[in-house]
Design a binder for this molecule. Structure first.
Ligand SMILES: *Cc1c(COP(=O)(O)O)cnc(C)c1O
Length: 238
């Protein structure tokens, strides 16, 4: 078996094992394989090995792969930062958007989601570090953004997403994930249908699962290392 197939099988088992280890319900954690920079053939291999959820971060790159893989029974997640001029493509071709972080983006996705598709499943990205250069809504602006999105008929608000600063220390890894979980719990008082925490990547997957992740976004550990993107593609950075 090819290594992508082996790693897919391993990660599907590993997410289930870690969920059980940390007292989570069976099936509570869904593996989203993040395939940015990797070719469509790699996604096909992972899907053949059981991957059902695929994440992409760059719109143009994702559209060409989605067009090659229309026969695959996978759910497409847009996990990157979204620019206003790319919302129509994302609203049309994806099932989930993980990093909605401002009203204008939500409004455009709501207007552009095709009527013949289910509402676009959305998470709000929260900026946990306070660094303005980072994506995500500030925690104190989160309730207002959630309330606005909850009124949009073509979007279904599902929960929260975060990308904490990397650290190798498992104890330090858990703290921001615990904060995000607390924010979701607080929001559930007014939005009881929220059920999603998109958190955890290759290096901090266990910490995220321990703190309640329902979607883990795994790139390197599944598809292998990424080549550095060419500078000419820089206009589309996540
Ligand atoms: C690339 C990416 C990932 C996957 O990261 P790995 O460290 O390779 O697992 C997860 N989430 C987002 C938003 C990404 O852009």
């Amino acid at each position: 078996m090819h290594s992508i197939a082996l790693r897919t099988r391993f990660l599907l088992d590993e997410t289930a094992r870690l969920a059980q280890l940390h007292g989570r319900a069976a099936g509570a954690v869904t593996l989203v394989g993040v395939s940015k920079t990797h070719p469509a053939g790699s996604i096909r291999e992972a899907a053949a090995a059981g991957l059902q959820h695929v994440g992409e971060s760059y719109v143009q790159e994702a559209l060409s792969k989605i067009a090659l893989l229309t026969d695959l029974p996978v759910t497409w997640h847009f996990v990157g930062r979204l620019q206003a001029n790319k919302t129509a493509a994302v609203a049309t071709h994806f099932d989930w958007v993980h990093a909605v972080d401002r009203l204008r983006i939500a409004e455009r996705l709501n207007e552009q989601r095709p009527a013949d598709k289910a509402p676009l499943q959305c998470c709000i990205e929260v900026n946990l570090s306070g660094e303005e250069s980072k994506g995500g809504v500030a925690p104190d602006a989160l309730p207002a953004l959630a309330a606005a999105i909850a009124t949009m008929p073509r979007l279904q608000l599902r929960g929260l997403m975060a990308l904490p600063a990397p650290t190798d220390d498992p104890a330090l890894q858990r703290a921001p994930f615990a904060r995000l979980r607390g924010m979701l719990e607080a929001l559930r008082h007014t939005h009881p249908g929220l059920d999603t925490l998109s958190m955890g990547m290759s290096a901090d997957m266990e910490a995220a699962i321990a703190e309640g992740a329902t979607l883990v976004r795994i790139g390197t550990a599944l598809f292998g290392p990424r080549a550095v993107r060419a500078a000419t593609a820089g206009s589309e950075h996540a």
